[in-house]
Write a protein that binds this ligand. Structure first.
Ligand code: GLA
Length: 698
């Protein structure tokens, strides 16, 4: 682990175990990217060298692989930083001033050639993970404010053209659908303008030329941010490829006053020679060991029950207790009452904002339910959606001024609700206060934190007009601030991030929430694709998946219970069906599946994931490996008669060791080498056939 500065070459080399990242100053003092890839042991071989001037039409500065391009001079490429000064100048000339190496953190500081603007670039190689963290800070050292119009987190360079980018696309209940496409000349943008990350794309990038699941070079970077993001891929006419990622500059402006500083969200980036699989495992590892909130990071996630699909808004103390009893008998460990327990919340038309118990539904308050659940040996959890308000609520009647809106415009409702102006300190104070009461008055172990609409008419009327385009970033910072404060006050509580399912699945939330509600789509087959896309960047431990009723509420599909369980057992298992309607046989089978899950969940939640085969090919097969134990889930939609059975070659085993393979009670012994070369052959006849295979070292 090292950060080296070679004075004579004016070059920085940051190295992890297997990777290095190099950049240095050219003869004009511009900071030039030099290398990102395999570890370099003789950085002195590199040098930023001579850039020259280029031509009037093709200026060198436009072609140069700059570490963090400002907008200024003859630059026509996508910039990282764009500001305007009080006198109208909109041009930056950052000049190197100093650098510091403090432990694992490198900072390189620039000052504008004339204006008192300071730009600091930060780099940290995360010990043991080969993941580089990058972010930037802008400081106003002068006496007048200036405005930041764009401040990306980082810029990355990839030699030549011919790269492919991988991301996910989708919508509500159909998030996380993986795609890969070639990058052609010009700019391509993936972004969100919805105030949150949204269901459409992920705030991360993956680039490769010809990588496969387990081979080939893959570069990747994930933005630690939960709001409007923008990732620009630019294949320049000069034959180079760049990626710039950070806060979206759409409708963004931040006035930086004297003495203030502005820090961008961080990007966590890395590269691997082991294909998409190694990339995911690297990101899972750092999530499990370093990024997820520390208090609960090492805990195995309990089997959860959530009442949403069973009761929707028709929540009563008796009804919930009846569900709790059945859930407990199946082996559930955490019972969560979803929407509908508070205010006048009888549908999605009213009640949001009124975070007190509805006394008709709970005549003696929440206590009888919480106590009942605890007596059944389970923990109790609850749903909230704190950033929102229904116009039909006491909160809105009392504080109609607490929402985002523009003057002379009717604010648009979405799911009959409006977004609270978190930039108003009184609003943040109210949310912390009301949730603190809820959490201190009851023994609540789990909070599902929802966010069910995008932000529109983002007018924070409490801010001075010149500050109002900062609202997008301020909202996210305030949201983080509220969650952080609640976590500080209630460290025992586990928090789940939900935004109409997976609308806020990002590393900003991963660092504050213990898990995600992955999607509102609980169909076991659709889920396989959603879960695969999710697994690119996020770990199984943080992926909640429920077994629900059939026909499924969304697509009316009927799938065997066993398959539904296998699909949900690939993450942190939950149950979300209307248990009153489940037959005794179904309850019994469920109890067996839950017991089975408890035996293997440490492998799923903490093991290394190998995507052996993806549902796009007709067979979803995922393998989890933890020390000498391994589990494979294989699920098909329907096998065709006569199809040649292709063995699944296992991964992550020790070639020289012997393993017992247990396929539904049929067991045999084979060497790791055999299982990785020849594999296991599964016969899965019928529709929606699925199997769980256990592989245990002898
Ligand atoms: C969102 C969530 C669901 C459920 C409902 C409640 O859609 O994603 O899981 O909590 O809200 O209204």
């Amino acid at each position: 682990m090292a950060i080296i500065y070679l004075e004579e070459k004016r070059l920085f080399a940051i190295s992890g175990d297997a990777v290095s990242y190099l950049f240095g100053f050219d003869e004009r003092g511009l900071l030039k990217h030099l290398h990102w890839g395999r570890r370099v042991d003789s950085p002195g071989d590199f040098g930023a060298g001579f850039t020259g001037e280029g031509t009037a039409n093709d200026p060198a500065v436009d072609i140069l692989t700059e570490e963090y391009a400002p907008w200024g001079g003859m630059r026509f490429k996508e910039p990282c930083l764009k500001v305007s000064f009080a006198d109208g100048t909109r041009d930056l000339v950052p000049v190197y001033r100093e650098h510091r190496i403090r432990g694992d953190l490198l900072s390189v500081t620039f000052t504008d050639a004339h204006y008192p603007l300071e730009l600091i670039l930060f780099y940290r190689m995360m010990d043991g993970f080969d993941i580089l963290e990058r972010y930037a800070e802008i400081v106003n050292r002068g006496k007048e404010p200036f405005t930041i119009h764009r401040a990306a987190s980082a810029e990355f360079h990839f030699p030549g053209t011919g790269w492919h980018q991988t991301n996910v696309y989708g919508q509500w209940a159909a998030e996380q659908r993986r795609f890969r496409e070639p990058l052609g000349y010009g700019r391509k943008v993936l972004e969100s303008r919805k105030g949150s990350t949204g269901h459409n794309h992920g705030p991360w990038f993956i680039l490769d030329r010809n990588a496969g699941e387990e081979e080939g070079t893959v570069y990747f970077g994930a933005l630690v941010y939960s709001g409007n993001f923008k990732t620009v891929f630019e294949v320049s006419p000069y034959g180079n490829t760049r990626v710039i990622t950070g806060i979206n500059d759409f409708d963004f402006a931040w006035v930086l006053r004297p003495g203030e500083s502005f820090r961008t969200p961080a990007v966590l980036c890395g590269c691997t020679g082991g294909g998409f699989g190694a990339m995911s495992r690297g990101m899972h590892r750092i999530a499990l060991k370093r990024l997820m909130p520390e208090e609960h990071r090492g805990e195995i996630r309990p089997v959860l029950y959530n009442s949403w699909e069973a009761t929707y808004f028709d929540v009563t103390c008796q009804g919930q207790l009846a569900l709790a009893e059945t859930a407990a008998a199946m082996g559930v460990e955490l019972f969560v009452v979803d929407d509908g327990w508070f205010g006048e919340r009888h549908s999605d038309h009213a009640g949001l904002g009124d975070w007190y118990v509805n006394r008709t539904k709970f005549p003696s308050g929440l206590a009888p339910l919480v106590d009942g659940v605890k007596k059944l040996g389970m923990q109790f959890g609850i749903w909230v959606e704190p950033e929102m308000v229904n116009p039909d609520s006491d909160l809105y009647r009392e504080h109609p001024e607490w929402i985002y809106r523009f003057e002379h415009r009717e604010p648009t409702t979405g799911r009959n609700q409006l977004v609270l102006n978190l930039c108003e300190p009184a609003v943040a104070h109210y949310i912390v206060g009301v949730l603190s009461s809820l959490l201190s008055e009851h023994d609540i172990a789990f909070v599902k934190w929802d966010m069910n609409r995008a932000v529109s008419e983002p007018g924070a009327l409490n801010l001075p007009p010149e500050d109002r385009q900062s609202v997008w970033y301020r909202h996210v910072l305030a949201f983080y601030g509220i969650v952080d404060e609640l976590r500080r006050k209630f460290p025992r509580v586990v928090f789940e991030a939900c935004a109409s399912g997976g609308g806020r699945v990002d590393h900003g939330c991963l660092m504050r929430f213990d898990q995600f509600w992955t999607s509102d789509n609980t169909d076991a087959l659709d889920r396989l694709e959603i879960q695969e896309g999710y697994s690119l960047m996020f770990p199984a431990k943080a992926m909640r998946a429920w077994v629900t009723d059939c026909p499924n509420f969304l697509n009316k599909r009927t799938i065997p219970l066993r398959y539904r369980f296998h699909s949900a057992m690939m993450g942190s298992l939950g149950i979300g069906g209307d248990l009153k309607k489940w037959s005794p046989q179904e309850r019994e089978e469920s109890a067996k599946m839950v017991a089975m899950y408890k035996e293997i969940r440490h492998v799923v939640q903490e093991g290394e994931l190998y995507r052996l085969s993806t549902i796009g090919s007709g067979l979803a097969a995922l393998q989890y490996v933890l020390s000498g134990e391994s589990v494979v889930f294989a699920l098909t939609r329907g096998e065709r008669y006569g199809r040649e059975l292709i063995p699944l070659r296992l991964r992550g085993l020790d070639r020289g060791k012997t393993y017992t393979v247990d396929i539904d009670g049929f067991a045999y012994d084979k060497s790791g080498g055999y299982l990785m070369e020849s594999g296991i052959t599964l016969h899965l006849p019928g529709d929606y056939a699925s199997i769980m295979v256990r592989i245990t070292e002898k």
